[in-house]
Design a protein around this ligand. Structure first.
Ligand code: ADP
Ligand code: ASP
Ligand code: MG
Length: 403
């Protein structure tokens, strides 16, 4: 079999952990498999590198940030390859460029455009293990680019697709995808399987076990993969195309996203064009808007509220101030320290009363709901950040997801 395995930061977080990975790879190799391994930087390394750039400038160039942070993965590939050599396994490390990963888009959050697997295929066909750097590639101008936080997941899925792997495994520090973050909701259960759509929704609202873009890629190209632990041999979670039996489960998982903020703009004239103007200004300032709630105009004036990551709050305020500068009575109100709680499940399409159950559970626990948004398979609410863990637990209990 041709197998692609990805080991995340914690799984290569120390010399012993790297040796553990080497032993696991050796076991697969000794069984006669062709193995390509994608690795992340050692845990904490990417943040450390980001901090180093901030020592030089409050606003370092994104191009140079990518040159710097991509070195984290390069340390890991070399160290793992050396550890494999110690075990007598022929292995070759490859950077993103050597792995043939072409990227496009903005630095620090680039997308994968294409992968030319020629060199990796050559190494594999010589009976050697490929150890590839996750998170990085080269754009058409020849610049190093990184794929956004958690981007090694995307590298692994895309590489698995490019080399035609029979199996893609994401090895991490938990046993699979759980009904909620097992570090927060103690009785969360590991799922045996989950559909691409459900994991995609969960990942896009804070379930960081997989980067959401990696799940999007897997769905688009039909790459089935498995999430499992790098520390034991327990069966993990299989991520696959949706099947009819999956609809019987109403809520698959509960996700939390911290560090959110709300901006409310009041005193907006009830005239066509204003919503567009506001959103355009936010978009041009690269503010990523999440939830949007607009109130019906009162006395000829409307109010719009948006949520975003707290890191974007400053930029959002600056952008909106320019818009409101020539608008008498327009005001901006902000609230930081909020978090988002989301329930996800494809069963929502065919079951009613899901929102009522969720809101009741929060109400009974005395937790106030801020904003609400829904999609076909997701309901999200904002709550005070200090209450998010309790909120996750009571909602998880209300849907009887616990063990
Ligand atoms: P890696 O370094 O392997 O990429 P991450 O830290 O990115 O690992 O993702 C694994 C973490 O995701 C777990 O340690 C867990 O705390 C967190 N997590 C959040 N939600 C879930 C969930 N529903 N199921 C499993 N893990 C989750
Ligand atoms: N090292 C990168 C990060 O910390 C990529 C990854 O771990 O997937 O985000
Ligand atoms: Mg990760």
């Amino acid at each position: 079999m041709r197998i692609v395995q990805k080991y995340g930061g914690t799984s290569v977080g120390s010399y012993d952990r790297i040796r553990n990975v080497a032993n696991r790879v050796k076991a697969l190799y000794d069984e006669g498999n062709e193995v390509a391994v994608v690795v992340s930087a050692m845990s904490g390394m990417t943040n450390k590198l980001l901090g180093m750039a901030k020592e030089m400038s409050d606003n370092p160039s994104e191009r140079e940030m990518d040159v710097l942070v991509s070195t984290g993965e390069q340390q890991s590939i070399a160290l793992l390859t050396i550890a494999l050599h110690e075990l007598g396994i022929p292995a070759v490390s490859v950077t993103g460029r050597q792995a043939g990963v072409t990227t496009k888009g903005s630095n620090t959050r680039a997308r994968i455009q294409d992968i030319d697997p020629t060199y990796m295929n050559k190494i594999l066909s010589e009976g050697k293990v490929v150890v590839a750097a996750g998170f990085q590639g080269l754009n058409e101008e020849g610049e190093i680019q990184t794929l956004g936080r958690g981007g090694s997941d995307l590298s692994a899925i895309a590489l698995a697709h490019a080399v035609g792997a029979d199996l893609c495994q994401i090895l991490t520090d938990v046993n699979g995808v759980y009904t909620s973050d097992p570090r927060v909701v103690k009785n969360a259960q590991k799922m045996d399987e989950i559909s691409y759509d459900e994991l995609l929704e969960l990942a896009s609202v804070g379930t960081k076990v997989m980067q959401s873009r990696s799940v999007e890629f897997a769905k688009k190209f039909g790459v089935p993969f498995e999430v499992r632990s790098s520390l034991n041999n327990e069966p993990g979670t299989l991520v696959i195309e949706e099947k009819p039996s999956m609809e019987s489960v109403v809520i698959r998982g509960v996700s939390i996203e911290r560090n959110q903020a709300r901006v409310t703009v009041t005193g907006i004239p009830d005239e066509p064009g204003w919503s567009g103007k506001i959103l355009k200004a936010l978009g041009e300032s690269e503010v990523n808007i999440d939830m949007i709630v607009s109130n019906i105009a009162n006395d000829g004036f409307a109010r719009h509220s948006f949520t975003m990551n707290s890191d974007d709050l400053g930029r959002a305020q600056a952008a909106l101030k320019t818009i409101l500068a020539d608008l008498a009575g327009g005001q901006i109100e902000t609230e930081a320290g909020i978090a988002k709680l989301s329930c996800v499940g494809i069963g929502m399409r065919s079951h009613s009363g899901v929102a009522a159950t969720m809101f009741d559970a929060l109400g009974e626990a005395g937790i106030n709901i801020g904003m609400i948004s829904t999609s076909e398979i997701k309901i999200s609410v904002t709550v005070e950040e200090a209450e998010i863990e309790k909120a996750a637990q009571v909602v998880h209990d209300a849907f009887e997801l616990g063990a």
